[in-house]
Design a protein around this ligand. Structure first.
Ligand SMILES: C[S@@+](CC[C@H](N)C(=O)[O-])C[C@H]1O[C@@H](n2cnc3c(N)ncnc32)[C@H](O)[C@@H]1O
Length: 250
């Protein structure tokens, strides 16, 4: 774990502080925005340098930015100051699968591109921990990697070469189960990456215009969105939105 934190500490200066510009990245913010409370408390788990937390903090939402990398959170803090945010995200150095929060604290918890750094068993514990930290009616948004995807194999090799344990996915059914087992109701599930993972083949990313056609733009879905919708079982990632029921809700 310390090695992994060191890795992200070293990435902090170059990690993006704005949303990605393709459809697959832009959907992360679109989901956060669609489910953000008008006011209240949100937690960004694996917040890095704040690409989503800084944007959410512009609203009347208090955002707790959780990350084990102190360097990432320091960059987030500087970015908040540089943007003149009154409501700067509150940095919190912590790591899944444990969270230092009391139960039923948050209206919204989201966690993108982070669960895959945990083993499948830790991912299950992490979902339980996040579900417990949600208030009744609160929303959890996570992305889960597909265990059988090409991309997870590619990134596993990449991380192992760097000396880390690797990255881990789940099967589609297990993804749904680990959410519903924690008493959450699935609101939506969208598949991404069935086609875009092919861009990992050497040279393809350099074909003029191909990345844009496949991954789409901030506002326009690419070929990947269409293919992934038809073949969700082969996804590289599922973006899952779920809700903790209010007491007495049927
Ligand atoms: C790939 S970045 C994702 C950043 C951002 N959520 C996004 O969607 O772009 C992963 C972040 O998770 C953090 N991280 C690593 N292990 C973690 C853990 N066990 N719990 C929470 N965050 C973790 C890293 O320090 C890093 O900042």
């Amino acid at each position: 774990m310390n090695d992994l934190i060191g890795h992200f500490d070293r990435e902090a200066d170059s990690y993006p502080v704005s949303f990605g510009t393709d459809f697959i990245q832009a959907r992360k913010w679109a989901l956060i925005e669609a489910h953000a409370p008008v006011q209240g408390l949100a937690a960004d788990i694996g917040a890095a340098s704040g690409r989503h937390a800084l944007e959410l903090a512009v609203r009347r939402v208090t955002v707790v930015a959780v990350d084990p990398s102190a360097a990432m959170l320091e960059r987030l803090r500087h970015q908040g100051q540089a943007r003149g945010l009154e409501n700067t995200p509150v940095p919190c150095v912590a790591a899944l699968p444990e969270l230092p929060f009391t139960d039923a604290s948050f209206n919204l918890i989201y966690c993108f591109s982070t669960l895959l750094l945990l083993t499948p068993a830790q991912q299950e514990r992490a979902i339980t921990e996040m579900a417990q930290a949600l208030r009744p009616g609160g929303i959890l948004i996570v992305d889960v990697a597909g265990a059988r995807s090409l991309a997870i194999r590619y990134w596993r090799r990449h991380y192992r070469r760097l000396g880390f344990a690797g990255v881990f996915g789940q099967r589609a059914n297990d993804t749904q189960r680990m959410i519903t087992d924690n008493g959450l109701r699935i609101v939506s599930s969208e598949a991404h990456g069935v086609l875009s993972q092919a861009l990992l083949f050497p040279g393809l990313e350099k074909v003029p215009g191909l990345v844009r056609l496949v991954r789409g733009t901030e506002t326009r879905p690419g070929w990947d969105a269409r293919v992934s919708k038809r073949l969700p079982g082969l996804a590289e990632r599922w973006y899952m939105v779920s809700q903790k029921p209010e007491p007495g809700a049927g």
